[in-house]
Design a protein around this ligand. Structure first.
Ligand code: SF4
Length: 333
């Protein structure tokens, strides 16, 4: 990025940026939460979670002390739950080692769980005005096209390379605005899927991909491995006004969250009725769950170590059920 491009970009951002709740605050805690929530999640989906999370946990101290069940309930449906667990661990570190104040440098921020190179750069530049890059997928795409760079943007060394080249061009008077402007251009104009909106782009005159008709080829990304497919047969197990849930293991996918139990043998004399409850598919980053379910109403509860029986109200308030099971919600109660 040269000075002229930076000028055009900032001018465009001033006129076109979206009004997002976390753009109206300078509170580092709020900016941190928004950055973590926005990782791999659409901005529109984040808005409601962001408001609820900060209403329930308004300070780093409150986050450090929150019970896991409450934390996961606040995160329910947002996915990538390790983000929530890392937030709590990081908040505990901030309380113990930084007197409750987020550290200001990217180097110190990166020592906190869940904060990598991009997030450290985003928090340091937006919340503390440190002139460091924040290179996310949007920025990589814009820069690869702008400079007609064929480096594979899925590689860590490419990210580091782009960040190193961007570093000296960041305006020291407004690094946070500059980083957000570049990300916003990627999100709104230099689009990830489908054709970019080049006639609306403030950098169209100097974009090498546009000049040389290379847009369809850039950025270069190595193909991802195909997802592993897992089939699951689930039980929507009911007795009177209660539903049976099972807690997932404390490590691995959806760790510590609640789920519908998988099919197991039920004593015939317990079963009052049984019906097909449909099918659903849920796609994670590396795995696809192909699920079918049966709804079984029992005459009496079955006592098994790892099952809990909850009412609809308890489920709504206290039990975090991942969105993977959303397709069966209507059949639960
Ligand atoms: Fe992206 Fe088109 Fe702008 Fe180039 S001109 S940066 S391809 S939107």
């Amino acid at each position: 990025m040269n000075a002229h491009q930076t000028h055009l970009l900032l001018h465009w951002y001033e006129a076109n940026q979206r009004s997002l709740p976390w753009r109206h605050t300078s509170d580092p805690y709020h900016i941190w939460i928004s950055e973590i929530m926005c990782q791999q999640t659409r901005v529109e989906a984040v808005k409601g979670y962001y408001a609820r999370f900060l209403a329930a946990l308004p300070t780093v101290e409150a986050l450090a002390q929150v019970e896991d069940n409450k934390l996961l309930k606040l995160w329910e449906g947002l996915g990538y739950y390790s983000r929530a667990r890392n937030l709590k661990k990081a908040a505990q570190m901030v309380m113990q080692e930084y007197d409750g104040q987020l550290p200001k440098t990217p180097e110190e921020l990166r020592k906190l769980p869940g904060i990598g190179c991009y997030t450290a750069g985003a928090i340091a530049s937006i919340a503390f005005g440190v002139a460091v890059p924040a290179v996310d997928g949007n920025v990589l795409r814009v820069l690869a096209r702008l400079q007609a760079d064929y480096a594979d943007i899925t590689l860590e060394k490419t990210k580091q390379n782009f960040a190193a080249r961007l570093q000296p061009t960041i305006p020291s008077s407004k690094p946070g605005v500059f980083n957000q402007a570049l990300m916003e251009l990627g999100a709104l104009v230099c689009l990830p899927n489908g054709a970019p909106l080049c006639p609306k782009c403030p950098l169209q005159e100097s974009c090498l991909a546009r000049q040389h008709a290379l847009i369809a080829e850039l950025p270069v990304k190595t193909a991802k491995k195909p997802r592993r497919l897992e089939r699951k047969q689930l039980l929507i197990l009911r007795h009177e006004d209660k539903l049976a849930l099972r807690k997932r293991p404390d490590t691995g996918l959806l760790a510590g969250l609640w789920e519908l139990p998988e099919v197991f043998e039920l004593p015939v004399d317990y079963v009052h009725s049984s019906e097909d409850a449909g099918a659903a598919v849920h796609i994670f980053t590396h795995i696809e769950w192909h699920m079918t379910a049966r709804k079984v109403v029992l005459k009496k509860t079955i006592a098994l170590d790892n099952l809990v029986w909850v009412t609809q109200q308890q489920l709504a308030q206290d039990y975090a059920l991942p969105s993977a099971f959303a397709g069966f919600r209507e059949m639960m109660f």
